[in-house]
Design a binder for this molecule. Structure first.
Ligand code: ZN
Length: 405
């Protein structure tokens, strides 16, 4: 046992010897952990353990070094469900680069005085200041967001909307992807998350149908987080109404996207009705709690596909490569047009490193609508348990699926 302790680098321990072939237990721990032993016998150890996950804990301790995967069992016990979801959806580079500190207030993770100033100002003028801005209220708010009884994709949408993380025209303009930011619906204001889901006349019409009563008024320029805060933390309209509000907001965004892709423009009233029907069907269908699926951060899947695809190409002897994808978030940093968001920076670095092993690596951005074969393949891939590769031939499955369209 002493050898085991040495090999595992666990200095301290309690070892209960076996009685012949019966029982026998060991509990080992490393320096810096306080263990208050209560009782023990040959088949149980009851102890109070403190420490281990403190300020010095590194991200690498949450990653399985052998498989380059997140250690879900640890993450799930240490973080709130929505925090765990976010962590587990961050792609891990197979190069397993060492931990480094990043600043969460800038996209590229680098500290700037400007961003720190902005953060200080935002905190100082927070609309919740003085009433309910302390940490426990904020945690309660996010906990409630993640427990709204709606499909996971709606919950996830509401969370992104509250974090201002939807690709609205205003957000895209800030990232210098587009130049014009007016709302396509009313042409009367920049298309922010708050505008699409609350301030826009179409949103107003939908919310009026919902007959939700807010205590006090919510400004037309309010952020969506302000709206949800007012609804859940100030007015406390009850579970059903919160679910209705979440689904209505999601339906507004859904229709906004449909219209952008040539779909039918619905009125605010039609959006509300559609959302109500959707929620009713969901409630009728849900008998058991369905395990939640996780949406990776934007660009995560595409980035990881490139990082895994390149070593494969190298292995089969390909020397000239064209990487084709529909994610600008991956395309721009890989081509050095912009810095990568910190969530995929390690993966992008991995792509660039391995690119040096080829004669030529070209990156080509293609619009989502033009990337149908790849989407069909991705869908098909979810049914593959083993491994499939096509070399010098078209995947028969995508030809078949395309001919059916
Ligand atoms: Zn509008």
């Amino acid at each position: 046992m002493e050898k085991v302790k040495e090999r595992c680098k666990l200095k301290h321990g309690l070892i209960v010897l076996s009685d012949g072939s019966k029982g026998g237990l060991a509990m080992l721990w490393k320096e810096g952990i306080t263990v208050d032993m209560k009782t023990y016998s040959q088949d149980h150890i009851d102890a109070w353990v403190e420490g281990g996950w403190d300020g010095d804990t590194r991200v690498q301790e949450l990653i399985n070094g052998a498989t380059a995967e997140w250690r879900s069992e640890i993450i799930d016990t240490l973080f709130l469900p929505h925090e765990a979801d976010i962590i587990k959806s961050i792609p891990i580079s197979f190069r397993l680069p060492p931990d480094k500190l990043i600043w969460s207030e800038t996209r590229n993770g680098l500290f700037t005085v400007r961003s720190a100033h902005k953060l200080a100002v935002t905190r100082a003028v927070s609309p919740n200041k003085g009433t309910s801005s302390d940490d426990s209220d904020t945690r309660c708010f996010w906990r409630r967001i993640w427990s709204i009884t709606v499909p996971h994709k709606v919950r996830h949408f509401v969370w992104r909307a509250c974090c201002n993380a939807l690709p609205t025209k205003n957000n895209l303009r800030h990232r210098k992807i587009i130049q014009e930011e007016l709302c396509d619906e009313c042409k009367g204001a920049p298309e922010t998350v708050g505008h699409v889901l609350w301030g826009c006349p179409k949103a107003k019409e939908a919310w009026e149908c919902s007959k939700l009563v807010f205590s006090g008024t919510v400004d037309a320029n309010a952020s969506f987080k302000d709206v949800m805060w007012k609804l859940m933390m100030v007015t406390d309209v009850g579970e059903d109404h919160v679910a209705q509000a979440a689904t209505t907001a999601w339906a507004l965004w859904h229709n906004r996207n449909e219209v952008r892709h040539g779909g039918v423009r619905k009125s605010g009233q039609q959006v509300f009705r559609w959302a109500s029907d959707y929620l009713r069907e969901y409630r009728a269908a849900v008998v058991h709690d369905i395990p939640a699926a996780t949406m990776p951060p934007q660009g995560a899947a595409e980035g990881k596909a490139f990082e895994v695809g390149l070593p494969f190409a190298k292995e089969v002897g390909v020397r000239d490569v064209i990487l084709e994808g529909d994610s600008m978030i991956v395309y721009n940093p890989v081509c050095n047009h912009s810095l990568a968001p910190s969530s995929i920076v390690a993966v992008v670095q991995g792509i660039q490193d391995i690119s040096g092993d080829f004669w030529n690596v070209e990156c080509s951005h293609i619009k989502r609508q033009g990337n149908l074969p790849a989407h069909l393949l991705a869908k098909y891939a979810s049914s593959i348990t083993d491994y499939v590769a096509w070399i010098e031939e078209d995947p028969a499955i995508s030809c078949k699926l395309l001919s059916m369209m």
